[in-house]
Design a protein around this ligand. Structure first.
Ligand code: DNO
Ligand code: MN
Length: 365
């Protein structure tokens, strides 16, 4: 397991590279050029700039999250071909600096959705919260208002320019059924994956968050069956998944350790975090500790360990603790605590494994 940490870039993140450097066992940054609109080519000089900033602190930049997909690709419009060509150029440019994994998602209109970005908890911390009843009765425009947090930072998936055309987007998607969204995803993959393979860059789709339909928009990457279907669209090791335990874990029907065991060789990137589900369909993001949420983080790490996972992993989101002022879900402290919990489990599994090997060896001697 190769630990990495999401960083939103100079001037776009409350967390400094110096501070990330002080978290044990973090070897690289998960990064993106957040100011480049979806569909445009990422220029090599801008990519090199990030590489230099990272290298100064000894970090690699092997994992990018996300190179976003232009809506015309998801909508299957004729203009998609130009955007796909641009996407290929971005893959090529990223491969020039040694990028190995590109995370992206195929969610129509919205990236992740929550109803409350800083829900107060009893202990004085706050966390990302999803209230089902609120979303059911909500107008998507109201949701945008709720997420119109700190204009100082670009919120991935919530770029103000995109949201200005929200009405038009909803009208356009009204013609896109779940099956045609699958077709549009396949069309995209068939064009992209050969380029990714040539460049030795693994494409890793992020599950939909939450993993069910919202506002009548179709959702694809929501369950074990759908991930299996996804991987078969283009059955190639360069077509993989960012297995996000928090996104998938919002649905109790999802058995994440089983997914890890089935798809192990197609998971180049793991997002590990916990959520607590409530009977009414609400969920809140918690600390990583298994006891604090509904997702068994121990079983997840164990499944990765059993499969000999050598891919990249990050703690994904955290709560906002110790009065930290930060982007929603992306403070320093709780994510650093999460990393230590993950390492704690991983390191003890390693020593148990080594002890077992030693016993086998001593018996065969
Ligand atoms: C949620 C987060 C997402 C993710 C993007 C990937 O679990 O990891 O914001 O970054 O959806 O494209
Ligand atoms: Mn995630």
């Amino acid at each position: 397991m190769r630990m990495v940490f999401r960083w939103f870039g100079k001037g776009n993140d409350s967390v400094s590279l110096q501070h990330i450097k002080q978290i044990p066992g973090v070897e690289g940054l998960v990064w993106a050029l957040h100011d480049i609109p979806a569909g445009e080519v990422w220029p090599l000089d801008r990519i090199l700039e990030v590489k230099q900033q990272a290298n100064k602190y000894g970090f690699q930049i092997d994992v990018v999250e996300s190179v976003n997909i232009h809506d015309d690709i998801k909508l299957g419009l004729p203009s998609r071909d130009q955007y796909i060509e641009n996407y290929k150029k971005t893959i090529q440019n990223l491969s020039k600096v040694g990028v190995k994994v590109i995370c992206y998602n195929f969610m129509p209109v919205f990236d992740w959705v929550r109803t409350d970005l800083f829900k107060p908890l009893e202990d004085g911390s706050t966390a990302l919260f999803y209230e089902k009843a609120k979303v059911v009765g909500m107008d998507p425009f109201e949701l945008v208002e709720n997420n119109a947090y700190n204009p100082e930072f670009t919120m991935p998936g919530w770029e103000p320019e995109r949201l200005k055309s929200l009405k038009e987007l909803f009208v356009a998607y009204s013609n896109v059924s779940t099956e045609s969204l699958w077709d549009n995803l396949q069309y995209f993959l068939e064009k992209i994956i050969p380029v990714a393979e040539m460049c030795d860059v693994k494409m890793a789709i992020h599950p939909d968050d939450p993993p069910w339909e919202i506002f009548g928009l179709p959702r694809l990457i929501t369950s074990q069956d759908n991930i299996r279907r996804f991987l078969k669209l283009v059955d190639n090791p360069y077509n993989g998944v960012t297995l996000c335990s928090g996104s998938l874990g919002a649905n109790s029907a999802n058995d994440i350790p089983a997914m890890i065991r089935e798809f192990a060789d197609r998971i180049p990137f793991a997002h590990i975090r916990n959520v607590k589900r409530f009977a009414n369909g609400d969920f809140i993001e918690t600390s990583h500790r298994t006891k604090d949420g509904s997702v068994d983080i121990y079983e997840i790490v164990k499944a990765y360990h059993d499969c000999g996972f050598t891919g990249y992993a990050r703690p994904d989101h955290g709560r906002h603790i110790w009065d930290e002022e930060c982007r929603p879900g992306y403070g320093l402290y709780d994510r650093a605590l999460g990393i230590m919990y993950l390492w704690g489990i991983w390191d003890s599994l390693e020593s148990i494994y080594k002890e077992k090997i030693d016993i086998v060896h001593s018996k065969t001697r």
